[in-house]
Design a binder for this molecule. Structure first.
Ligand code: EPZ
Length: 416
């Protein structure tokens, strides 16, 4: 358990580089299992989830070595096809190893994945997609046993545009004989990154960013490289920290085109937001306006992961806001913690009503999950006095050097 100490009341000033995307690099690390190859991932973020994914590769007999911001993977000689509970349980995206293991080994045994407790988070769509490709899957108490002597191209209609299920299907389909078409595919930018990597590995994948993705063949290559794109949720986090604390910051190495709904909401709050090719500048002083209604949706809608951060930015707004969550049943676990700071939030199922208050006061909080924990840090930047946040490791799963970077912008933040 870490304890984060945040003393609010200090405006942020300066420039911060956006880290590489956690949710883009994790499926790519899993996909590197598809064929014997050496992959070099540049701008790979230093995160415990990335280390957990690398540990799974090492457990399977592969090599993964980091030098600065580059992770070099060698999947030439894996020697097992099972992932134990302690490795699966560290994060949700461990389930994305299923597709590549089936594709490479023709079999896989895993337990159910872990990750943020945002609701039930079943994996039925993942398993349905793999069964359509020809996998035989047995679900036991805490194990999922899969066999796939021969994967065959299929039409895969997804009941929901699930990011993970889309990724699992894309990867497994590379080893299937014939063409696979995924309908109602997720359109998140991370799908585009995975398509870029699979094509670098020698696969023929097209359609990422649209609801229809086609995988039509695979001529494996022994070398592949990828530059990890910026993390759009980390960028949203920095922007909301600047609103909570007040001040003026610049994000470099950003991809503003992936953040349109978040930038629009911040503009509606009266923040001065300017975006260039790979920079975003924001200035916000005093109490912002309200973002109004914030409705989370699959991409290109407002991202569910940014909702806790925007809620933090609006806690001291001059108006009221309503957040409507359409993705996860338990996205608002941070709200009760925010009320301990003096925030005025009432929950009604998928709705959270927030009435802006004039001041927040530091308190003792507990981080409920990755984005909720980061939102508590952001909110504490705008609270008077010290806030202590007990965090069982959620924050470091998704944020690289959050404390160091906040201090470089003038914040009083440290953790023990
Ligand atoms: C990915 O999770 C992200 N994680 C999440 O970010 C993000 O919130 C989510 O996509 C939505 O954008 C990674 O990429 C590692 P989903 P994922 O499958 O793939 C339901 C963060 O903070 N569903 O798109 O698990 C599910 O319960 C994390 O970085 C099924 O019903 O999300 C949810 O209600 C949190 N059956 C909805 O679909 C399934 O088989 C969307 O989930 C799969 C999902």
């Amino acid at each position: 358990m870490s304890i984060w100490h945040v003393t609010g009341g200090r405006p942020l000033r300066g420039s911060v580089r956006v880290q590489g995307s956690k949710n883009a690099v994790l499926p790519v690390i899993a996909a590197s299992l598809l064929c014997p190859n050496e992959t070099e991932l540049i701008n790979c973020p230093h995160l415990s989830d990335v280390e957990a994914a690398a540990d799974i590769l090492r457990h399977l007999g592969c090599r993964a070595a980091r030098r600065d911001d580059t992770l070099t993977i060698d999947t030439t000689a894996p020697d097992r096809c099972d992932i134990p509970r302690e490795l699966m349980h560290k994060m949700r995206s461990s389930v994305i190893f299923l597709g590549p293991m089936l594709a490479r080994f023709g079999q896989a045994q895993v337990s159910v994945p872990g990750g943020c407790e945002l609701g039930k988070r079943p994996i039925d769509l993942h398993l349905h997609a793999l069964r359509l490709l020809g996998a035989e899957i047995r679900e036991e108490e805490d194990a999922i046993v899969c066999r796939a002597a021969h994967l065959r191209g299929a039409e895969i209609p997804l009941a929901l545009p699930s990011v993970g299920a889309t990724e699992n299907a894309m990867i497994a389909a590379c080893a299937a004989e014939g063409t696979t078409v995924i309908y109602n595919a997720a359109r998140e930018p991370e799908i585009g990154t995975l398509q870029e990597y699979l094509c670098a590995l020698g696969a023929q994948v097209s359609g990422a960013g649209s609801p229809v993705i086609c995988i039509t063949g695979f001529s494996p290559r022994r070398q592949a490289g990828l530059r990890v794109p910026p993390d759009r949720i980390a960028a949203a986090t920095w922007l909301c920290c600047a609103v909570c604390a007040g001040g003026e910051i610049e994000l470099t190495g950003a991809a503003p085109e992936h953040l349109s709904p978040v930038l629009a909401a911040l503009g509606k709050m009266g923040c001065a937001v300017a975006a260039g090719h790979d920079v975003i500048h924001i200035a916000s002083y005093g109490r912002p306006g309200s973002p109004g209604a914030v409705v989370t949706r699959p991409y290109p809608g407002f991202p569910t992961d940014a909702a806790p951060l925007l809620m933090a930015a609006g806690l001291r707004s001059r108006g009221s806001a309503v957040f409507i969550e359409n993705i996860f049943e338990s996205r608002f676990r941070h709200a009760e913690e925010m009320t301990k700071l003096g925030a005025d939030i009432s929950l009604r199922g998928p709705l959270a009503m927030v009435n802006g208050v004039e001041r927040l006061t530091g308190a003792g909080l507990t981080s409920p999950d990755l984005r909720g924990g980061a939102a508590l840090v952001a909110a504490a930047l705008g609270a008077e006095g010290e806030t202590r946040i007990n965090d069982p490791g959620h924050i470091l799963r998704g944020y690289e050097d959050l404390d160091v970077r906040l201090r470089s912008l003038g914040a009083d933040v440290w953790f023990e």
